[in-house]
Design a protein. Structure first.
Length: 398
């Protein structure tokens, strides 16, 4: 009995390479590679100018091919949030990975230990964040179990996460972090590598001054904690954190040695809504949903890109207007449809069959809805498909 197997979408789409953008079906997730590469170059230049390391957050694009491209551009390695994301990156040839999140489940920690061992054999390394004594104990146990089951005696870099305002993971700045450092140092398989100090809420505060104020407080918390740790005779080699919204503040603080910015590469609509800090590089929109008008009436039109094609947690997408003449507004039409209405009087409803480009509100979960990204060079109007980029870690939630 022969079983029918579905050809991976990345293989199905290969014949598109070399064809004009008009040949791309809808809805599809498209990357303007020219804009993306300019964003990468600006980020690399920024990090070099400020003498900080840049560790790109791969949870945004979930693609080992793009992670390797970021490292070629100057990134020291990548961050991920999930064990399965780390495994997907490693399988795709990325060998310097930091799980900037807590992992507690024994089964996942066994995978973490196994991955650390595999990366070590390839001259790579794995790091992870912790925020509890129990988390440290379980991680150490997993690393020790890996050794006793025949694995090589390896160690893993461990960052203590402190809560600098996110209100999510992390211990309070100060003595609680010191206690965790001492706990880590009890275990030969664990190496204290520094502090994780990411302020997620600051990323989307619209005012540039308010973002600067929030990161100034975060930096004070880091300095306070670092001094306490170093007073115990333990060096704090690195403070890592920051995102696209606040990275200029962390870079200027003199406290952070590594930036975890990732979304700048695609620059979604929500980040673009922030007041731009004068010190921040100009990042362009590079991620788009190509869509087509499938119904057109007197007062509105309907396109074929509903919220199955883009995430709406950070708001609805914007209709791309290259000349900044925003003539259409997008409204939620459900799973498979988007409602398009004129942005003002005297503007005509788009015609049946017209192609449009949407800028997603939030790039990370939007990418996770797609198996592939279609890379275009030469612009969205007259460009051609250059490559098909597989989203290796799509659905990597464990």
């Amino acid at each position: 009995m022969h079983l029918l197997t579905k050809t991976p979408l990345s293989e199905q789409l290969k014949p598109l390479v070399g064809k004009p953008v008009s040949a791309i079906d809808t809805p599809s997730l498209v990357v303007d590679l020219d804009a993306m590469n300019r964003n990468l170059a600006r980020m690399a230049e920024f990090a070099k100018k400020h003498d900080v390391r840049w560790r790109a957050h791969a949870k945004m694009h979930k693609s080992s091919a793009l992670a390797r491209l970021q490292m070629q551009a100057g990134a020291i390695g990548v961050c991920v949030q999930k064990t399965s994301e780390a495994e997907a990156m490693a399988a795709g040839g990325v060998h310097d990975i930091y799980i900037s999140n807590e992992v507690i489940a024994p089964a996942k920690l066994a995978r973490v230990a196994a991955l650390a061992g595999r990366l070590a054999t390839e001259n790579g390394k794995l790091a992870i964040a912790v925020d509890s004594v129990e988390g440290v104990s379980r991680l150490a146990q997993a690393m020790n179990d890996s050794r006793t089951s025949g694995g090589n005696p390896i160690s893993i870099d461990v960052f203590v996460e402190i809560d600098v305002g996110q209100g999510r993971c992390g211990v309070a700045p100060g003595s609680a972090a010191v206690a965790l450092v001492h706990e880590i140092r009890k275990h030969p398989a664990l190496r204290f590598a520094g502090l994780q100090a990411y302020h997620g809420k600051a990323q989307h505060v619209r005012s540039a001054q308010e973002r600067r104020d929030l990161i100034a407080i975060a930096a004070q918390d880091v300095v306070f904690t670092r001094k306490l740790i170093e007073a115990e005779g333990v060096p704090v080699e690195l403070v890592t954190g920051a995102g696209t919204g606040s990275m200029v503040c962390e870079a200027a603080s003199g406290v952070y040695g590594e930036l975890q910015a990732g979304s700048f590469m695609f620059m979604d609509a929500d980040y673009a809504a922030n007041e731009r800090d004068p010190a921040q590089p100009h990042f362009e929109h590079a991620l788009f949903v190509k869509t087509q008008v499938i119904s057109s009436g007197v007062q509105h039109a309907v396109c074929d890109a509903g919220h199955k094609s883009h995430a709406i947690d950070s708001g609805l997408p914007k209709v791309h207007a290259p000349d900044d003449a925003h003539t259409l507004n997008y409204f939620n039409g459900g799973d498979e449809h988007g409602i398009l209405r004129p942005a003002g009087p005297g503007i005509r409803v788009p015609a049946l069959g017209q192609m449009l480009w949407l800028i997603p509100g939030h790039c990370d979960p939007t990418v996770n809805l797609h198996d592939c990204l279609i890379g275009v060079k030469g612009g969205l109007d007259t460009g051609k498909v250059s490559r098909i980029i597989r989203v290796d870690a799509r659905g990597a939630l464990t």
